[in-house]
Design a binder for this molecule. Structure first.
Ligand SMILES: C[S@@+](CC[C@H](N)C(=O)[O-])C[C@H]1O[C@@H](n2cnc3c(N)ncnc32)[C@H](O)[C@@H]1O
Length: 216
């Protein structure tokens, strides 16, 4: 088994195990996050109504559904079948499919937008250029990318969440490091936003949101 398969297997196993707990805990993840809603609204306006967008690493689908409510033609993709079971149950009108962000079942240049909302955080740093290259491949020239992630230098190791027998690292990254990878990968950074951590929401890091555009 390669390292790539190792981290994908670990990620899939983790989320297959905690999918229902995660969905209960994050049932309405944008409710107390007005800045995130504003950024998603700006993103939807930049992409434009009815344009094809993929929410990659969509988990239980709440952000996918929010993007759909903003007028985007959005579908979700995730590694974890159990997460997708929740997403399809909660949002039966939307399309969700299983797959890896590192090998997307999508044609070159077929999307106006890619959203990776806290889903790049399980990809090892060495694989990030490959991940961004895949986002770049499926976006049309001028297409919009939105990344959300926790900031920092050290991963947070989550062991036995909700009493389940799984452990996974949640990587934290510096926004300027991710911005550099985006520039190297053929994206132009349009906005970098860092929101201070909100302990009332259970956060233990500042939150970063990068908006970039595929050149051309
Ligand atoms: C922290 S959760 C975020 C879920 C959702 N975006 C949200 O904000 O609620 C990370 C999700 O990314 C998915 N994921 C991680 N790596 C992935 C990959 N390589 N391909 C597809 N999905 C992936 C996981 O299965 C999980 O559902």
């Amino acid at each position: 088994m390669t390292d790539t398969e190792d981290f994908l297997t670990a990620t899939r196993t983790f989320y297959d195990t905690v999918a229902e707990d995660y969905a209960d805990h994050f049932r309405n993840p944008l409710a107390d996050r007005p800045l995130e809603r504003a950024l998603l609204a700006a993103y939807a306006e930049l992409v434009g109504p009815d344009r094809p967008v993929a929410d990659l690493g969509c988990g239980p689908g709440a952000v996918t559904a929010h993007l759909a409510s903003l007028g985007l033609s959005v579908s979700g993709l995730d590694l974890s079948e159990s997460m997708l079971t929740v997403a399809r149950r909660e949002y039966p009108a939307l399309r969700f499919e299983q797959g890896s962000m590192l090998e997307l079942p999508l044609e070159d240049g077929s999307l106006a937008g890619v959203v990776s909302w806290y889903s790049s955080i399980h990809t090892p740093v060495a694989e990030l250029p490959r991940l961004l290259a895949e986002f770049h491949r499926v976006l049309a020239p001028g297409g919009h990318l939105l990344l959300a992630f926790q900031t920092g230098d050290e991963p947070l190791r989550l062991a036995q969440p909700w009493g389940r027998p799984v452990t996974l690292d949640f990587e934290r990254r510096r926004p300027e490091f991710m911005a550099g990878l985006l520039a190297d990968g053929g994206f132009v950074l349009r906005s970098s936003t860092v929101r201070a951590q909100d302990t009332a929401l259970g956060e233990t890091a500042d939150q970063a949101f990068l908006l970039a555009r595929k050149t051309g």
